[in-house]
Design a protein around this ligand. Structure first.
Ligand code: ATP
Length: 598
């Protein structure tokens, strides 16, 4: 509740405007109640001229100010009434609008902050977060908070002021009567609360029973063959009848409560009203209060029900919003695991000498997956990472791009520890073509120039040509401006891969990381991708998670990863001659290419 209030008060300007408007609403309400007195006493001429002297009427100030005599009040009253109701409506409009603006502003800031926070989270965060949960926090929870601020908070502010104005009005008119009314009013409020509690509880039970019925329906409809095969129709029917009978009983109870509540409340209201009327009549007779003031008093009591009802509804909405706020705070309080160090500096344009020095890493504490990895790749060399599935090849790549950080050892580029430089400068010098190709729901052009918005069209076409994309792009309905659908759904796998290669080519990074596709493509696609890759690998340090013999053979260095360690390293010929793990892997993966070690 206080957190929500703190959040609301952040929008000082709008909240002040809403508060000011609300004060006017309260003032107009006060005047409105006050108007009842002259309507009864002066317009309807019910009061004897000797009626009790009027006390604290806001209207008297108005009459004096406008120099309206008691005789003229009669003709002025209808106009004043219209003006007061108009004024109340106008300021209600202002205050409601202001609070809605506050709600929407808070929601926008909150959603933007959340999105920025999630975007900057490290990979470890996304390993454990589920998409559905994050989406629901960004949409549902944030919307609930908006409702709480723009309707509940505004109700609380507005209705509290109105209630106060009505209370003041009642006490000013006749404090003794007001005190008596407050002794008997709980008589009406307590059963009202009891009724609504019962209604809520029984309503929830009814929903539970309904979901039982749904479950039985779902089970028997989807499993209708099994029901038939086991001739369980009678059994299922009995189960269903039992569930509907329970549902019927709960609903009858609900009907009792809801049908009883309204007349009962009216009766209690009548008793309270009669009591106040009785006391009021006595006080009028004793000249303590005029009939008009008593009318105004009764109107104020009547008008209190609305704010009380709204305040209790606001309380419900806020109770629902509090857990949502907690869920959102939970996200905002998790700091990204991988961040720039306080004095991180930009990585200068890299030559491309990459060194892993005694690197150790675990995704989960106590379960290391990389042990003591030590190797160096020189500028413009191609290093092929080979090994069995789960050996740790992708993890090494993840560490190089700082998606995760090593627990021990360090990784350097041109001798600079990559944890000392900014993430932005590091990643802008690493091109990544992963197996899991990510294309966005945008045009072909924007997908190639992802992150490089101002690239001239000529350069995009050049990159597309080098990556063997140009021809198929020109065959698309709108060429480079063709939207390619979510995740590139309208393109073939090979085409998507070549687009990703074009993207990497355009970025022209000194260090390139390729995750070769394992699934077989047709030979034409394969040939096109090979030639696109050859273009992209030229003149830069390249790491390839390699599955194709041709890539492995042409690599300058082969790093054999086995159970999180670099088991062997060297050229294809050297490793084949050695006859170790690589040779075994090679013979297993490419039996048709078995050759005797030279
Ligand atoms: P593949 O060729 O099948 O892609 P790989 O050699 O690239 O395998 P990695 O993905 O690096 O292997 O996985 C190395 C080990 O780390 C495996 O035991 C794997 O279960 C574990 N692992 C990988 N990613 C995660 C993760 N996000 N969280 C926890 N453990 C992980």
């Amino acid at each position: 509740m206080f957190a929500l209030l703190k959040l609301t008060l952040r929008e000082k300007k709008w909240v002040t405007l809403a508060l000011a408007s609300t004060l006017f609403v309260a003032l107009f309400t006060y005047v409105f109640v006050d108007l009842v007195q002259p309507i009864i006493d002066d317009m309807l001429r019910l009061a004897p001229q000797s009626a009790a002297p009027a006390t604290g009427r806001a209207l008297d100030i108005l009459w004096n100010f406008l120099s309206i005599s008691r005789q003229d009040i009669r003709s002025a009253l209808p106009f004043v009434l219209v003006i007061v109701i108009f004024g109340k409506g106008l300021f209600t409009f202002f205050s409601s609008l202001c609070m809605k603006v506050v709600g929407n502003k808070i929601v926008k800031t909150m959603r933007d902050d959340l999105y920025a926070h999630i975007l900057h989270q490290s990979s470890a965060y996304f390993d454990q977060a589920t998409t559905g949960d994050l989406m629901s926090r960004l949409t549902n929870d944030v919307e609930r908070i908006r409702d709480a601020v723009s309707s509940a908070m505004s109700d609380i502010i507005e209705e509290a002021f109105i209630l106060l104005a009505l209370l003041v009005g009642m006490f000013v008119k006749d404090w003794a009567l007001a005190l008596m009314a407050f002794v008997v009013m709980p008589l009406a409020v307590v059963p009202l609360a009891a009724f609504s509690r019962q209604l809520k509880r029984t309503g929830r039970q009814s929903q539970l029973k309904m979901s039982e019925i749904y479950n039985i329906l779902h089970e028997t409809i989807t499993g209708n063959r099994i029901v038939k095969a086991f001739t369980m129709e009678a059994f299922e029917l009995r189960k269903f009848l039992k569930a509907t009978a329970k549902y019927y009983r709960i609903n009858i109870r609900l009907s009792w409560i809801s049908s009883l509540s309204s007349p009962f409340m009216e009766f209690i209201g009548g008793v309270v009203g009669a009591f106040i009327l009785y006391i009021g009549a006595n006080r009028i007779a004793q000249n303590h209060i005029s009939p008009g003031d008593f009318g105004a008093f009764a109107t104020a009591i009547f008008m209190m029900f609305q704010p009380i009802k709204r305040l209790s509804r606001a309380n419900n909405v806020i109770q629902q919003a509090v857990p949502c706020l907690d869920r959102i705070r939970e996200i905002l309080e998790i700091p990204p695991l991988v961040q720039d160090k306080p004095h991180a500096y930009p990585l200068p344009p890299a030559q491309g000498r990459v060194r892993f020095e005694k690197v150790g890493f675990s995704y989960h504490p106590g379960r290391p997956v990389i042990f003591d990895v030590d190797f160096e790749v020189l500028p413009r060399q191609t290093a092929a990472l080979v090994g069995l599935s789960g050996a740790g090849k992708s993890t090494l790549i993840n560490l190089l791009a700082r998606f995760y950080e090593p627990n021990t050892g360090r990784i350097t580029i041109d001798g600079i520890d990559i944890t000392d430089v900014t993430l932005h400068s590091l990643r802008s010098q690493i091109g990544l073509v992963s197996q899991d190709i990510v294309l966005f729901n945008d045009t072909v052009r924007n997908n190639i120039a992802y992150g490089l918005e101002d690239t001239p069209h000529g350069r995009i076409v050049e990159a597309a040509k080098a990556a063997e994309c140009h021809r198929f792009i020109m065959e698309l309905p709108q060429g480079y401006d063709t939207p390619i659908g979510e995740r590139g759904g309208q393109l073939s796998r090979g085409q998507r891969q070549r687009l990703a290669i074009a993207r990497a080519l355009l970025k022209n990074p000194p260090i390139l990381v390729l995750d070769e596709a394992t699934s077989a493509l047709d030979s034409e696609s394969e040939r096109l991708i090979q030639s696109a890759l050859a273009a992209v690998m030229r003149n830069r340090t390249t790491f390839v998670v390699a599955h194709r013999l041709s890539t492995i053979r042409s690599a300058d260095r082969i790093l054999v990863v086995d159970k999180g360690r670099i088991a062997e390293s060297g050229s294809h010929d050297e490793l084949m001659r050695k006859g170790g793990i690589y040779r075994k892997l090679h013979d297993l993966q490419f039996p048709e290419d078995q050759e005797s070690p030279r």
